[in-house]
Design a protein around this ligand. Sequence first.
Ligand code: NAD
Ligand code: IPM
Ligand code: MN
Length: 359
Amino acid sequence: MSNKKILILPGDYIGQEIMAEAVKVLELFKAEGVAIEWSFGHLGGAAYDAEGHPYPPSTQKAAREADAILMGAVGGPKYDSLPRAVRPEQGILGIRKDLGLFANLRPALAYEELSAASSFKPEVIAGLDILILRELTGDIYFGQPRGRRQNAEGFEEGYDTMHYSVPEIERIGHVAFQAARKRSKRLCSVDKENVLETSRLWREVMIRVGKEYPDVELTHMYVDNAAMQLVKKPKQFDVIVTGNIFGDILSDEASMLAGSIGMLPSASLDANNKGLYEPIHGSAPDIAGQNKANPLATLLSVGMMFKYSFGRADLAGRIDAAVKKVLKAGHRTGDIAQPGDKIIGTREMGDAFVAALKH
Ligand code: NAD
Ligand code: IPM
Ligand code: MN
């Protein structure tokens, strides 16, 4: 069997640092005989610097040919004043759209070992295991028209357009019901149906799709209430399905249930489980270049890649177990440390993780 091809796009700022730790894991698995190979490409600011575009043709070609893509993070102050069309963020949005990666899985787990580092009371989060399914290629992120114009009163205004079509809602709905079916059979669809026409349609279609999954209990919640309920009683949720912008915000919020944004991985999948895997956090310019970033979200994303794109749930299981092991052994980057804890760096966490994976 030929090797699975992985395209690595480290991106900007801490992207480079966290991806170096992911490569250590790939090297270990390859040495064990797992049939993978990888190459590197540019995305985001790094691509703009090298090739003048955040998602250049060379990356497009490599991304289409790859079996899976690992991404670090893009963006940062160096690029913030560029025109929107060539900002690094357009690189990640461009690759998601180009490859049709509409289903974004963002699992949030509360690790027992991190319960003291969390802002929540232990009983609120103990055993928490939720999955946020974020639609990733529609919504106000991609809606047209958008831009600047002069309004009737003569003032400049910015505008964006939110929209979802029936097929777009149906396909994320099916992914969500199928995911719920494999878990606790409870699905909560989050929208703003009391205000937005887009959300009225979203809810109608979710109900319709739900008829095909009578074994799954479907509930609905407004996004403002969901933001509150997530911190009040997070364990009431199992699978949450929502649109692009609501999912972006709710998943950053949910990361605090896990203890840090440095703990949440993600998979962005197309209809055939070709995927792009990345931590949910950004390029963290404030800690970049200091060996401070937590690489665990990226390493968990490597696990999701083996599970979803390569059918190797066994290797994903080993990665999940190694995360628990390093946490249990007390290894802590700054974001998950408690006062008095010894803080280690990105590289040291990566090394401890690889050592845990071996045994
Ligand atoms: P961010 O997620 O980069 O950082 C928010 C805070 O979390 C910062 O204090 C940062 O130090 C901390 N943090 C993030 N990841 C961490 C890690 N692995 N370990 C320890 N601490 C971590 O969000 P931001 O500051 O709003 O955005 C910075 C840049 O990243 C922006 O240019 C933004 O557009 C971009 N961004 C990119 C992606 C992506 O590429 N997928 C995602 C989010 C933000
Ligand atoms: C994420 C990020 C991106 C998003 C940005 C960088 C475009 O916040 O992956 O969560 O909003 O989708
Ligand atoms: Mn985000």
